[in-house]
Design a protein around this ligand. Structure first.
Ligand code: NI
Length: 169
């Protein structure tokens, strides 16, 4: 089922997600719906708060549905190691049409549970590293506009207000 993606400034986006403790059918249904919703919106990552579910669940697929091996489910994820720096453009499905450069670690290692509750660790570089950091931020109620420089953030907020006034947001 395709879910509705909530947009900034919906308060659920800035509320830390609750840890997942039950690895049941409800969680598996949420994960399946999140993949469907992400693909329908041409995203490479989606966090549960973006579909108004304040839980620590995120899905990632850099292939956008083309390669099943790239489908990742991260439940209760944490960044346990970070290294280097990258400064590249990012977007977010909760901020349609906003793309700006954000500073991120070049490489990260994440520790997470899969949808059955099994813990695993995984390294990410470049886009995957950025995606992990962006999605895990969502689970902490942190949004990418607050990672931008003050100037880029002001520009983005102005653009959002303009779109809101025009009924395009
Ligand atoms: Ni996002």
């Amino acid at each position: 089922m395709i879910l509705k993606i909530v947009k900034y400034p919906d308060p659920v986006l800035q509320q830390p997600g609750e840890p997942v403790t039950e690895f049941d059918d409800e969680l598996r249904k949420l994960v399946a719906d999140m993949f469907e919703t992400m693909y329908a919106n041409q995203g490479v990552g989606l966090a549960a708060p973006q579909v108004a579910v304040p839980k620590r669940v995120t899905v990632v697929d850099l292939s956008m549905g083309k390669d099943p091996a790239q489908k990742l489910v991260l439940v209760n994820p944490e960044v346990i190691f970070r290294e280097g720096r990258q400064y590249e453009e990012e977007g977010c499905l909760s901020f349609p049409d906003i793309r700006e450069k954000v500073v991120r670690a070049a490489k990260v290692r994440v520790r997470a549970q899969d949808e059955t509750g099994k813990w695993f660790e995984m390294d990410g570089e470049e886009l995957l590293s950025r995606c992990f950091q962006h999605e895990i931020d969502h689970l902490d109620g942190m949004l990418f506009i607050f990672r931008m420089s003050g100037l880029k953030r002001d520009l983005s907020l102005r653009k959002i207000r303009k779109m809101q006034r025009a009924g395009e947001w």
